[in-house]
Ligand binder design. Structure first.
Ligand code: HSE
Length: 437
């Protein structure tokens, strides 16, 4: 049986998970692939901490170059993370004609186009199933399973930390800080948790998925990103009373000549299956023309779910190697020459429905003033909700709008802020009804 030699760069949680699963599932993988997946070496600056894995004949080295320059190694798995050393190591590995597997969504979102170009130039594969949605096979789904579909839209929960925090606040009455601390303890959060709670991690994943879904380059910089810091129990409670749930969604929708790509807290009706995706779970709903709605649901983070996704990439590459082929599936899911320069819609041009919450002065005429400004900006109000009188004289007033343009809403909010009717910045949460609304 042919031997496929693998090297892992980084022996942290993900690297250790990959090593563990490779060792545990040696027999199963051999029988499914028809080759021996031999973990030849792992590189990490820490070669002494016991990760509880029997490495057998696998070498644990401190110098990554011993793996990158080893002519016997076919596949390199990068699990270091970050955008500096990991990038250099991946580029050198590709230049050394090694296939590379990575889970590094931040790196792919920022420098993925360069990495793809380098992989193409060197006729090797670059695989990244574990970069988006953990063990959900979303990359394979977009690149292969849905190959005969135009992807009309994707709505997804792609950050376990945010989903965990929102679930804990909404279901257990936890406060934001405690819920974040729990998520950190459970190992979901990034080393810098602002990547999670400010929406950037979700945006990294959306940038990758948009490229695969729509045949465009990876474009992170034009994605509109908002996180969950401003979401309060008051908004969650209002949402519940309207039959909505608040989720941090990644939304990607194709229009004739542009895509919508945005990440922000979103109110979705309880009839939307995404509203029932709780705790750290991830899910993606894909609306495609031949299939209609398809949904994937699974663990978006964690040692073994992530390792499972990495192993699926290793298996694909190993199968290519033993059948004498490579680069069977284009890295971004479209033949190189067919990747189009599709623009992302500027956020000001978006049309959607809005939940607006004002801390309003409890005076006669305040509601008329706010709704007057909204009306002057062509924003039509669907409903107004006011709950109780607060002791400091301010009351939360919520307005739900009909479909309005983002630019109108932002302009109106600025004008309302200048009046003496409200205190502090209003909370704006966009509402998604159905994908095809
Ligand atoms: N920090 C990420 C999350 C890990 O919370 O989902 C998986 O990418």
């Amino acid at each position: 049986m042919e031997n496929i030699n693998i090297g892992i760069l980084g022996y942290g949680v993900v690297g250790a998970g990959v090593a563990k699963l490779l060792k545990q599932k040696q027999q199963l993988l051999e029988s499914r692939i028809g080759a021996v997946l031999n973990l030849k070496a792992i590189a990490d600056i820490d070669t002494t901490t016991d990760r509880g894995i029997d490495l057998g004949t696998t070498a644990l080295v401190s110098d990554a170059n011993l793996i990158i320059d080893d002519p016997k190694i076919n596949i390199i798995v990068e699990t270091i993370g970050g955008e500096t050393i990991a990038r250099q190591f991946i580029l050198r590995s590709l230049e050394n004609k090694k296939h590379v597997v990575t889970a590094n969504k931040a790196l792919l979102a920022a420098f993925g186009n360069d990495l793809v170009t380098t992989a193409r130039k060197n006729q090797v594969d670059l695989a990244f199933e574990a970069s988006c949605g953990g063990c959900m096979p979303i990359i394979k789904c977009l690149r292969e399973s849905l190959v005969a579909n135009d992807i009309r839209s994707m709505s997804a929960i792609l950050n376990g930390t945010c989903n965990y925090i929102l679930t804990k606040i909404s279901k257990d009455g936890s406060n934001f800080e405690d819920a974040l601390k729990d998520a950190q303890k459970l190992g979901y959060a990034e080393a810098d948790p602002s990547l999670d709670i400010d929406g950037f991690d979700t945006a990294h994943k959306l940038a990758i998925l948009n490229a695969l879904a729509h045949g465009m380059e990876i474009n992170l910089k034009d994605i509109h990103v908002e996180g969950i810091r401003n979401i309060t129990p008051v908004d969650i409670e209002f949402a519940r009373s309207f039959g909505y749930t608040i989720k941090l969604l990644a939304i990607g929708k194709i229009h004739e000549d542009h895509v919508e790509a945005r990440v922000h807290p979103t109110m979705i009706p309880d009839s939307n299956p995404l509203s029932h995706v709780d705790t750290s779970m991830n899910a993606i709903a894909i609306d495609a023309d031949a299939t209609g709605q398809t949904m994937l649901y699974g663990h978006g983070a964690g040692m073994m779910p992530t390792a499972s996704a990495v192993l699926s990439d290793i298996a694909d590459i190993a199968r290519n190697i033993i059948s004498g082929t490579k680069r069977r599936v284009p890295i971004l899911g479209y033949a190189e020459d067919n990747i189009k320069p599709i623009q992302i819609l500027p956020m000001e041009e978006l049309y959607t429905r809005y939940y607006l919450r004002f801390e309003a002065q409890d005076h006669p005429g305040v509601l008329a003033k706010i709704s007057g400004v909204l009306g002057e900006n062509s924003i039509s109000i669907k409903s107004v909700h006011q709950k109780g009188r607060k002791s400091n004289g301010k009351v939360p007033v919520v307005m739900i709008t009909h479909i309005a343009k983002e630019a109108w809403v932002q302009k109106a909010l600025k004008q309302i802020l200048k009046t003496d009717s409200v205190v502090g910045r209003p909370i704006v949460i966009r509402i998604e009804e159905t994908d095809r609304e």
